[in-house]
Design a protein around this ligand. Sequence first.
Ligand code: NAD
Length: 524
Amino acid sequence: MTGFQNEPLADFSDASQRTRFAGALEQVRRELGWKAPCVIGGQLVVTGRWLPSVNPAHPSLVVGQAALARPEEVDRAVACALRAQARWAGMPVEARAALLQSAASRLRQQRAWFAALAVFEVGKPWREADAEVAEAIDFLDYYCAGAVELAQGKAVNQQPGESNRYHYVPRGVCAVIAPWNFPIGILAGMASAALAAGNVVIVKPAEQSPIIASHFVRLLHEAGVPEDVIQYLPGLGEEAGRALVEDPRVALVMFTGSKAVGLSILRTVGHPAPTQRFLKHAVVEMGGKNAIVVDEDADLDEVIHGVLASAFGYQGQKCSAASRLIVHAALYDRLVERLIPAVSGLRVCDPVEPRCDLGPLIDPEALTRVTTAVTEAAVSSTCLYRAPADRLPAEGYFAGPALFAEVDPRSPVAQEELFGPVVCLFRVRSFSEGLALANDTAYGLTGGVYSRSPSNLQEAIDAFQVGNLYLNRPITGSIVGRQPFGGYKLSGLGTKAGGPDYLLQLVVPKTICENTARHGIPLE
Ligand code: NAD
């Protein structure tokens, strides 16, 4: 992408950056307790019902409260968006891009503050929180540049006597329905892409992370994006989210979240309401059950580092996280011997502490889901490691890492997305058997291979059914413009966030053919 550069990550080995981040954490701690009403056409709307957003490391600490939008707020927001659509779409793309670039600059200035807020609201360790805000800045810049390029249209064939043009028009009102695990990165990515392409946006953040989303929408308004062009509608997925998806005036749904909800959205958009005058389009990015395949000649130092980062970064609560480790029998015992102490050395604590390796899970439901699965897996397979209860903080939704071996590949823990720090190990007799096992899942998001064999790496390139394949490196942490991100199979439709084709989902192409040899042109 011409002129686009990634935002560099913070370097916390630099004492001044550590001090700055600690200061941002203190500032956010002092400010906690926000109220986030709906923002409809710039008006703050309270609905009589509030949803508390709590710190998962200290659930008694309320980060803020968000209004719960009802169907009437959805109706008002969509009507308001519809009125703004033609004005926003008719604005020169450079003017739209300038507003979003101004938002990127503001976010750059407030980067530590937003990252600190993510530490409190979703329990993200420092580095992960910082990288997420950097990604949000990248998305703003990247999609601006992409929209300016896209506005030039594409060349089509010409004939004497006719002029042919091919360009793109926005789809209309877009509902951005976001997950909590990248509460600013993914939300900013979806919203900025839709806005840059000329759509008007209604943001529906996840129930667990409405406060950081409200500040991001405020930042866009402060940067000059009109108040009716981006609106904020916190609420329950089953209520506000569903109403947005079903509204016959919403043309585009951009969703990132679980497979169950993503599939239900696809079903809804496939059945137009009687009053609907267009087909809705949905971009759905869903979960994963990602595997790393370790070949017999792999570099164990690299493998251990890669598995720790891929499986336990942000407590395994990334769609790209590794939850299956498939190891060649020749290396298996040595790998296990090194992996157990490495995992047991991970520090589980409040992520405000810079030493934190694993923070809390997001909420009590996640903790129950993970502990139930771990308890069941301990019965049906061999538990290699499980964080002892006395090494977990007494308060908060902490699970700690777990490793299992001799797992039935068809069992739920091996097939279903758990979204926690749990890894199943499998022993295979050949690299090909490992790849076949890796592919034996409904998902196709990320995958990794550690091998020194060029032919085996090529076999993985040819046969590993994932949207993002990583060779001899961790499988998380994709970077905008460098590793466009997204899966296929039941992980998604193959769209790639942060990639050159993403904006095409958010527009429709239009062909204009003009007869330039026509008669009867009035003379001046
Ligand atoms: P979720 O599906 O529970 O919720 C996502 C969003 O959908 C939330 O805003 C929620 O309120 C809303 N929602 C829920 N029910 C709805 C309905 N019936 N209609 C409309 N909206 C509804 O997911 P989550 O727990 O927030 O996020 C975790 C999931 O997201 C995991 O499965 C993870 O793998 C996935 N994820 C995927 C990617 C990717 O790029 N593929 C990235 C991040 C997260």
